[in-house]
Design a protein around this ligand. Structure first.
Ligand SMILES: Cc1ncc(COP(=O)(O)O)c(C=O)c1O
Length: 403
């Protein structure tokens, strides 16, 4: 698991008892990557025994692999309420977002050159839009309110005759905030523009059905769901052609060239089925854990819980500490063998403040002293208690009263 690589600062001496490593990690960074599901582990073990033929090969072994892929595709399609041919396997959500944003814009270039997204999207979406700008497209990055929400009316007003596509994430990976996706997708449908949704942090927390939805494409990622990293799913609605941006073989409906990740596809299909079947029971568990966590965090000095209202998934909690040095906080958490992140994993190795918290109006110090606590299906109340106890010791030792 990724660790922060900070230097030990000068300043008040460390309390070495407090920062001594325990034998086990308190792992509350499941939104970055979570444990393999037991059913996925078993399937991987079977696969290791049974070999790994290329599904494009025409011999029996190859055909067996191709049948596994078909079964995985069909299983995911049943859960999402779509056709198997609308499910494409990719290396992850980054690739899915890249392929569909660049490919759709290119395919629709003759209709218009304007696309819309928002400031708090994942870098795989934001950077795809920056690449579009270099290709001559005009991008509107909608501003968000202090909670990170997009105003559907502002979205409606930003659509022009030149607009061809919009892309919004369902749940923000740093705050857990849910965007009103069905509402936004409906507006896009009414105005005849394509709608892409990064649903990486939503699946397993929100029921997702494609049949009557205005969503044209959707991205999912394996390692957020209990499958290994290196596999993702792109749902692409029939009839929404995209230009090729990946060249080689004709795999995955000519959209994503290259030998498919056979065991990855089987694993993500298993994980998707598991989450769909356990949505209610897992949500109930997360809500209980969250209430337990919030109840204890409230007492910490300088804390601000970054949650207003109920439009959040219950597995992610963002909080920030005033009068606390963010660098010292993360060093001490890491030395105490506590895994949480300061924003998203893909950017938390860097010292730059999170673009999401900055878009919400946080100053640099507050953004640096912010934690994203994210729970997984194995998280227990006991683990939350241990975490809160250690966090209290750490924060109390580095909190400075305002002058
Ligand atoms: C919201 C969101 N979108 C996209 C991604 C990228 O997914 P992957 O790591 O599968 O490329 C992530 C991963 O953190 C994410 O949280």
């Amino acid at each position: 698991m990724r660790k922060h690589s900070f230097f030990i600062p000068s300043g008040p001496p460390f309390n070495y008892v407090q920062t001594m490593k325990r034998s086990s990690t308190i792992y509350l960074d499941h939104a970055s990557g979570t444990n393999l599901l037991p059913g996925v582990k078993d399937r991987i073990s079977d696969w290791l025994e049974s070999g790994m033929a290329n599904p494009s090969s025409i011999h029996q072994e190859g055909r067996r692999s191709a049948a596994d892929l078909d079964e995985a595709r069909t299983g995911i399609a049943e859960v999402l309420g779509c056709k198997p041919s609308e499910i494409l396997f990719t290396s992850g959500a980054t690739e899915a977002n890249n392929l569909v944003i660049l490919g759709s814009a290119e395919a629709l270039r003759d209709k218009g050159r304007h696309v819309i997204t928002c400031a708090t999207e994942h870098p795989s979406v934001l950077e795809s839009h920056k690449a579009l700008e270099k290709k001559g497209f005009q991008v509107t990055y909608l501003a968000v309110d202090k909670n990170g929400d997009v105003d559907p009316e502002e979205f409606r007003d930003s659509i022009t005759d030149d607009t061809i596509m919009a892309s919004f994430m369902w749940v923000n990976n740093e705050s857990g905030l849910m965007h009103p996706i069905e509402n936004l997708a409906q507006i896009a449908r009414e105005r005849g523009i394509r709608f892409h949704c990064d649903a990486v942090q939503a699946f397993g927390h929100i029921p997702i059905q494609m049949q009557n939805s205005g969503i044209d494409s959707l991205a999912l990622s394996g390692h957020k769901l209990g499958a290994p990293a290196g596999i993702g799913v792109l749902y692409l609605r029939k009839g929404r052609t995209i230009s090729r941006t990946s060249f080689g073989g004709s795999q995955e409906q000519n959209v994503r060239a290259g030998t498919p990740n056979h065991i990855g596809a089987i694993s993500i299909a298993k994980a998707i089925k598991y989450h769909a079947a356990h949505l209610d029971v897992n949500t109930k568990k997360y809500v209980e854990l969250l209430t337990h966590l919030q109840g204890q965090l409230k007492a910490l000095p300088g804390i601000q819980i970054n949650r207003d209202g109920h439009q959040y998934t219950p597995n992610i909690l963002s909080c920030s500490f005033r009068q606390v040095d963010g660098e010292a906080l993360f060093i001490r958490l890491d030395m105490s063998n506590i895994a949480v992140s300061n924003g998203a994993a893909c950017s938390s190795g860097s010292q730059a403040p999170s673009h999401v918290l900055t878009a919400l109006g946080f100053d640099e110090n507050l953004a640096q002293a912010s934690l994203r606590i994210s729970m997984g299906i194995d998280t227990t109340k006991h683990e939350i208690d241990d975490f809160c106890r250690e966090l209290e010791q750490i924060v109390t030792s580095i909190y400075r009263e305002p002058k």
